[in-house]
Write a protein that binds this ligand. Structure first.
Ligand code: AMP
Length: 984
């Protein structure tokens, strides 16, 4: 039975089915693929009637070649089919994939005994093609191939056709090529396709390293392959991978990184686009140029800065380009004798950098002609002059009464790169007088039983002309319980009347117009012993000396009496107690300059001309009106004195039609002002009395009065700046109190502010205008001078019984402190003067302004001590403020306060509790304006009546927003009113 046609039909159908699935992995390299050949394959069959080559088509009608054999009826079949010579290529191990169909012997009748269901696969290696020569014995068997699935007659009928695929490995192969041979021993088999291939690890890129095509070895070991970096990249760790025998890449190690200016994109290093840069190697993306920088090129490593912007050496490329800072702002100077504290605000523009530092340049200046030279080495800067990180510096050891200009320069990391001008703010100051430094060298010239002669050297820094020296001495044993003081104009003195053989301790201090300097250290001297013999000549000399001394003393006493009498005529009949008494009752030392009340002059005009310079009206040019004074307009203008530079001045005029008393009162301010010389007291330039209008000319203060200035600049200053202003005011007040002058009307409205934020005490008028408004600053309570009392600013004892002292000025200073810290808020808001008097008397005090440092609020409370002896002296106030300025951290702790609208007065007796007294503000704070009216309507006109209001009362008038704090305050006040005020 010839079954060939039917076999062919079978395998063709099968072939079509299998061809659709014929996809090879990419790591397989074909050495032979029978399907690829469209013509005759030309393989050799032995014997020739064995394997038969048959043509067919696949599903695409592409011709293919197949082989078949089916001599199942005959015994002893040995049919060979040999391929052509196949070059080995680089293969070490080859794979043979066979696709075939095989008929089940059971399905063929009559073939039992002869029919086989397997065939054999052989191979032969050779370096060259042997052509058609075929020797069976040369071949080595690879394997016997059996079908996984064979087909039967029934299958045929049902058209269930099975294609077998078998793969066999052969290796290692070493020769240049090889043959394959298929041996049939009596099966019915159709060889549909033969594919011979080897495996390789294909070219790949891993971690930016390229790995070439690699053929694995025949053994089981992996092949280690070094990768090479892709273009524009560098090895970080040597890249490696292993090629497995299956042609798979395993275990990638190491990597390459893209060069600067290149980024990883699609497994390659690609150039950064314009507008982007990459400054470091690594597989980061290119970054966009930071602010104020650009690049127009591809592959940029960094971006260039825009015009006027710079990059400091250490700045990372990712940082924006920056520029030098603007100048510091709001420089204020606080002068303390020969040192000055400079304080300024941070520049408006830091140039985009945080490394802003400040340098302070000191220049000593002469006004006429304006010449400045760098300060000499003795000037000290604390903490230093250059590279300051904070906005404050103290400059010490300046010369007294000298003009200095300080330039505060701001710098940052790019200032040196910018060719721009220095950015600085300048402030000009004049140092004050300073007391002389202590005497350090004292020499004993002569010693006797009862006397010692001494001489000494002038202090190292006299800081002015030394008026005299005070020599204080006492017996060492007495421990300073009793001592003697001598004054000497020169630098030597003889101490007489001493005990023989006794040790004395002695201290000397020098005095200038600025007062006494510090005392020298204690020097020890001993008189000669009693037994010390004196010659008769010496005793005569001593006798003469004693008689002469007695004569001189007598003469001095007579002279003193005569001079005192003469001077006495000049003074009024009422000796001015202020000249002898310090504000708080301390005795003033004779010799220190004191204030002279112009009213003690019989002719006040004489006082004016004694203390004020008469100016020629032609030297004054009035520019404009800047304010309204009590006696006439206040103008700004210029004063040009011969051989002096023109200066800006304020000119107070006396309106025409004045009475003689008004003229006298007007000019009395000049008589007072003219006696003062201090940087925080408004300086009098002179008066015009010999022509009309009568004028008082003072230095010009550009920022006007402090209260309106602060209101205009609400919350715009640093605490240090505010404290600097307050320190200036306190320093001016210390000077006034040292002079024995009591201001009586210290208030922010009477402080003037210049362009450098220096505050100066002004308004030395002695009478007050009567105002129609009963709630104006001054009440109808008449002061000692016939003026009105500014109730809200005045100490209780001054209101009650007109006890005006420096201590009552200290109370007012506390109110100014409150005004400053609350940026010009009205003290006690809209409370009536009567309520203020009552509340203060009951022990209530203003609460801390918003964000007020606790230390400043404490100072306010100290100034508002009921007992005036407990209030701080101005000297102490200055020193407290100096300490706060030197240690700004201490200003960070703020006093507890309610939010600004809830202005509640504090009970001084119960400082921890917040109580209230300002009904209106409190009501405003609760946003209950109608209630405020309602309350007024039901008679809550004062604090204590309000205190009696119960929560029910609040509800009655519709107040529902009564917070716990307010309720507790009400309760506190209720308790307080029940128990009565506790004396402060
Ligand atoms: P007085 O009569 O001193 O209260 O001055 C009235 C107003 O004139 C003040 O509130 C200031 O606004 C202005 N004023 C007075 N003196 C000066 C001055 N020296 N410089 C600038 N403004 C001044």
């Amino acid at each position: 039975m010839d079954c060939k046609p039917f076999i062919l039909f079978l395998f063709l159908c099968l072939f079509i089915r299998s061809a659709k699935l014929d996809i090879h992995p990419t790591n397989e390299v074909n050495l032979l693929d029978s399907k690829a050949s469209q013509g005759e394959l030309g393989w050799i069959s032995y014997p020739s009637h064995g394997w038969e080559e048959i043509s067919g088509v696949d599903e695409n009608y592409t011709p293919i070649r197949t082989f078949q054999v089916c001599n199942v009826m005959e015994y002893s079949q040995n049919n060979w089919l040999r391929t052509n010579w196949i070059p080995r290529n680089s293969a070490q191990k080859i794979y043979v994939e066979l696709k075939f169909t095989l008929r089940d012997c059971n399905s063929i009748p009559m073939v039992l005994g002869t029919c086989k269901e397997t065939f054999n696969l052989h191979y032969l290696e050779s370096d060259e093609d042997h052509g058609s020569k075929f020797r069976e014995h040369q071949f080595s068997k690879i394997d016997t191939i059996a079908a996984d699935e064979s087909f039967t007659q029934t299958d045929l009928g049902d058209r269930i056709l099975k294609l077998n695929t078998e793969v066999r490995e052969v290796g290692p192969v070493t020769r240049k090529g090889f043959y394959l041979a298929f041996q049939d021993v009596g099966a019915c088999v159709a060889l549909v396709s033969v594919r011979v291939y080897f495996k390789k690890c294909p070219f790949t890129v891993r971690n930016l390293a390229m790995f070439p095509d690699t053929v694995p070895t025949d053994s089981q070991s992996l092949v280690e392959v070094r990768g090479s970096c892709v273009n524009n990249s560098q090895e970080e760790d040597p890249p490696k991978m292993y090629c497995s025998t299956d042609g798979e890449w395993l275990v990638p190690i190491g990597k390459c990184l893209c060069d600067i200016g290149f980024e990883e994109r699609e497994r390659a290093c690609q150039v950064c686009r314009p507008g982007f840069y990459k400054a470091s190697s690594g597989n980061l993306k290119c970054s966009k140029c930071p602010p104020h920088s650009y690049t127009h090129q591809e592959g940029s490593v960094h971006c260039s800065c825009e015009k006027n912007y710079f990059r400091h050496e250490g700045d990372p490329a990712s940082m924006a380009c920056t520029r030098p800072p603007s100048a510091p702002r709001n420089v204020i100077s606080v002068i303390n004798e020969t040192s000055v504290i400079l304080d300024w605000s941070w520049p408006e523009d830091s140039g985009g950098r945080r490394d802003v530092t400040f340098n302070v340049v000191c220049k000593r200046c002469w006004p006429e002609p304006r010449l400045c030279e760098p300060c000499r080495g003795t000037v000290r800067f604390l903490p230093r002059a250059a590279g300051l990180h904070n906005t404050t510096v103290t400059v010490a050891d300046l010369l007294a009464h000298t003009n200095y200009t300080f330039e505060i320069e701001s710098q940052n990391g790019v200032s040196l790169l910018a060719a721009a001008h220095r950015q600085y703010a300048a402030v000009t100051i004049t140092t004050n007088q300073a007391a002389p430094s202590p005497v350090t060298v004292i020499r004993k010239d002569k010693t006797s039983r009862n006397s010692i002669s001494l001489s000494w050297l002038e202090p190292e820094r006299p800081n002015g002309i030394i008026l005299d020296y005070e020599v204080k001495y006492y017996e060492k044993q007495e421990q300073e319980t009793s001592y003697t003081i001598l004054r000497s104009k020169g630098t030597n003195v003889t101490l007489n009347g001493l005990k023989p053989d006794t040790i004395y301790l002695l201290q000397i201090r020098a005095r200038t117009a600025a007062g006494y300097g510090s005392s020298s250290r204690k020097f020890e001297f001993e008189t000669s012993p009693d037994s010390f013999s004196i010659s008769s000549e010496s005793s005569q000399v001593i006798l003469i000396a004693i008689s002469s001394a007695v004569a001189i003393i007598l003469l001095s006493v007579v002279l003193y009496i005569v001079i005192s009498r003469l001077c006495g005529y000049r003074k009024s009949k009422h000796p001015d107690e202020k000249r002898l008494q310090y504000g708080n009752g301390q005795l003033r030392l004779p010799g220190i300059r004191t204030y002279i009340d112009p009213h003690t002059y019989e002719d006040p005009c004489q006082a004016v001309h004694e203390f004020a310079k008469e100016l020629d009206a032609s030297c004054i040019a009035i520019d404009k009106v800047v304010g309204a004074g009590e006696f006439g307009e206040v103008c700004s203008g210029r004063l040009k004195l011969p051989s002096k530079k023109e200066m800006c001045v304020a000119i107070k005029t006396l309106k025409t039609g004045y009475t003689e008393k008004q003229r006298r009162d007007f000019l009395s301010e000049a008589s007072i002002m003219g006696q003062f010389d201090h940087p925080n007291i408004i300086r009098l330039e002179g008066v015009v009395t010999r022509s009309k209008p009568v004028m008082i000319v003072t230095e010009y203060m550009e920022n006007g009065s402090l209260d309106s200035f602060l209101r205009k600049h609400d919350a715009q200053f640093t605490v240090i700046q505010l404290v600097g202003m307050l320190r200036g005011i306190a320093s001016g007040m210390k000077y006034l109190s040292d002079m024995g002058y009591v201001h009586r009307d210290l208030a922010a409205r009477n402080i003037l502010v210049n362009s450098n934020l220096v505050c100066k005490v002004s308004d030395f008028g002695l009478s007050r205008v009567l105002e129609d408004d009963p709630e104006a600053a001054y009440t109808t309570r008449v002061s000692k001078y016939g003026g009105k009392i500014p109730i809200r600013w005045t100490a209780p004892e001054a209101i009650a019984y007109r006890k005006f002292t420096s201590a009552s000025d200290a109370w007012s200073y506390g109110i100014v402190l409150w005004e400053v810290m609350s940026y010009g808020e009205r003290p006690y808001w809209e409370m009536s003067n009567q309520d203020v008097i009552k509340a203060v008397d009951e022990g209530y005090r203003l609460p801390p302004p918003m964000d007020c440092p606790a230390a400043l609020y404490q100072l306010m409370l100290d100034c508002w001590q009921k007992d005036r002896n407990n209030r701080p002296k101005f000297e102490q106030i200055v020193s407290i403020l100096d300490k706060l300025i030197r240690n700004p951290g201490s200003l960070k702790i703020t006093a507890n306060t309610t939010s600004r609208p809830a202005n509640l007065l504090l009970d001084r007796n119960n400082a921890a509790d917040v109580s209230f007294h300002t009904m209106g503000d409190w009501l405003d704070s609760a946003q209950t304006l109608p209630c405020k009216e309602a309350f007024s309507g039901v008679g809550y006109s004062s604090c204590d009546t309000l205190a009696k209001a119960s929560t029910e009362d609040f509800k009655k008038v519709g107040v529902t927003i009564v917070g716990p704090k307010i309720v507790s305050s009400i309760q506190a006040l209720e308790a307080h009113t029940k128990n009565g005020p506790v004396p402060v």
